[in-house]
Design a binder for this molecule. Structure first.
Ligand code: BES
Ligand code: MN
Ligand code: MN
Length: 455
């Protein structure tokens, strides 16, 4: 039976790729209201794919973008897996810096280039194509499958949490599989067991009621850009620690066992720096780069705005300046608590001669999974068979807001099996997904689903 699946995959490579390319053409940028219809189109495209395979599908509207729900029920005795993913993508950024237009997918050197190719359209689509191969070759599935594919992951899943709470019965399952992360190295099957949380704020500093001549006023008035820079500079101390009082209260220290395990992971600090042309890797003292990225909380300015940005020079003192600031959190930090502490600290250190407004944008809870669950063991077994290579257990600095809800509210194990690569350019320029990774993901998914029959 398995040879038949392999044959099917071999014979359908081209079509399985061009169908992904159709999805990649749809500019489903969730943060941009102008793309609302594109999100609907992407959702409908996925619905049509699943419907054609015999899934019972529903497109559930939300206050934001719709949720794709699909179910293939075989029988009650079989376990049920829920496969989660997202069809929304990040904004493209400076479009002129892309080598190819982000929504005109192109294949170059055995890689498919497009926004969303890796994060997450290519990865979720691989599961759909695996399910297709199983259904077309066996007329059934080795277990009951539910798909839950949302359009708001990249904006913090604001509507999926409440949806999950309302639809617990409909989403009931034995475990959740998610492919929305990366492999630690090419051709190295990876299970991610730790996700960071997130606390994201926007900060505005306002001084005068209009922009001012920097000669006529400079020295006599506060400069909101200078003041914003001073505030930001005070958020870390000289040892790279975050200065917000109480920030580290709930942080679980990295255990000696885990530190030792990190050392065995194929990650080289020098190669890491070279790959992105970095001159150095500063950060919190006392921790390796990998420890900092995977298991220590961080604070970063994501963007900063203010004043004159045009060509040449203009002598001016801006009326206001602003910044977007995010903290990546680790267990057991709570995003709401951290946001509160961060805003309070900023208000405390801000000078009273400027107006400082701090707003909560969104957050995500952290997630840690046990490594010895049945769900992880069966998935690892299938991955090792598919790749003929030992699985690496990794953490990540990334966040997937809904994972914590799956664990807490559905009470099930979540297995993160990523098929992307860290250098795929997710959220960056020239995002790509290696064709090898796409096809390997499809094959591995068929193995995982077969193995989960034993759950
Ligand atoms: N797929 C990523 C999460 C991820 C990134 C997992 C890197 C593993 C490695 C996801 O689409 C993402 O970007 N999440 C956001 C969440 C945020 C908007 C709440 C993130 O991490 O910035
Ligand atoms: Mn993603
Ligand atoms: Mn993302």
């Amino acid at each position: 039976m398995m040879t038949k699946v392999t044959d099917y995959l071999e014979n359908n490579k081209q079509r399985q790729l061009s169908e992904l390319m159709e999805l990649l053409k749809i500019p489903s940028v969730s943060t941009d209201p102008n793309h609302k219809d594109d999100l609907k189109e992407a959702a409908n495209y996925i619905i049509e794919q699943l419907k054609a395979l015999g899934f019972k599908t529903e497109l559930r509207p939300t206050k934001g973008h719709p949720i794709v729900l699909a179910e293939y029920f075989v029988n009650q005795k079989l376990p049920t897996v829920l496969i989660y993913g997202h069809y929304d993508v990040q904004p493209v950024g400076p479009i002129s810096e892309w080598d190819n237009p982000p929504f005109e997918p192109r294949i170059i050197d055995e890689k498919i280039y497009a926004r969303g190719a890796s994060d997450d359209k290519g990865q979720i689509f691989a599961h759909i194509k695996a399910v297709e191969a199983l259904i077309k070759t066996t007329n059934t599935l080795p277990l009951n499958i539910k798909f839950l594919i949302e359009g708001e992951e990249e904006i913090g899943s604001p509507n999926l949490g409440p949806f999950l709470e309302q639809e617990k019965l409909k989403l009931a399952c034995d475990l959740v599989i998610i492919s929305d992360s990366a492999m630690i190295a090419p051709n190295t099957p990876t299970i991610t067991y730790g996700l960071k949380g997130l606390a994201y704020i926007e900060l505005e500093v306002i001084a005068a009621n209009r922009d001012l001549h920097s000669g006529a006023y400079g020295g006599g008035v506060p400069n909101p850009i200078n003041e914003l820079a001073k505030i930001i500079a005070q958020l870390h101390d000289k040892n790279g620690k975050i200065t917000v009082p109480g920030f580290y209260d709930d942080v679980i220290e990295i255990s000696a066992t885990e530190k030792a395990a990190f050392k065995k992971v194929p990650f080289d600090e020098k190669e890491f720096a070279e790959e992105i042309a970095l001159k150095g890797t500063p950060g919190e003292h006392g921790y390796t780069v990998l420890e900092r990225i995977w298991a220590r909380p961080t604070l970063d300015v994501n963007g900063i705005k203010g004043g004159f940005q045009g060509k040449g020079a203009k002598t001016v003192i801006a009326a206001k300046a602003s910044a977007k600031i995010s903290c990546r959190l680790v267990s057991n930090q709570d995003p709401k608590d951290i946001t509160k502490k961060l805003i309070k600290y900023i208000e405390d250190i801000a000078p009273n001669y400027v107006t400082v407004i701090a707003r909560d944008l969104h957050g995500a809870k952290t997630a840690l999974s046990p490594l010895d669950s049945k769900a992880v063991k069966l998935t690892a077994k299938a991955l090792e068979k598919s790749f003929d290579k030992e699985v690496v257990f990794a953490r990540t600095g990334g966040s997937i807001p809904i994972v914590n809800n799956f664990q807490e509210e559905l009470g099930v194990d979540v297995v993160l099996v990523g098929f992307g690569l860290e250098n795929d350019g997710a959220h960056s320029l020239n995002e790509k997904f290696d064709l090898k990774n796409y096809y390997d993901a499809i094959k591995a998914s068929t193995e995982i689903l077969n193995e989960l029959n034993n759950f």
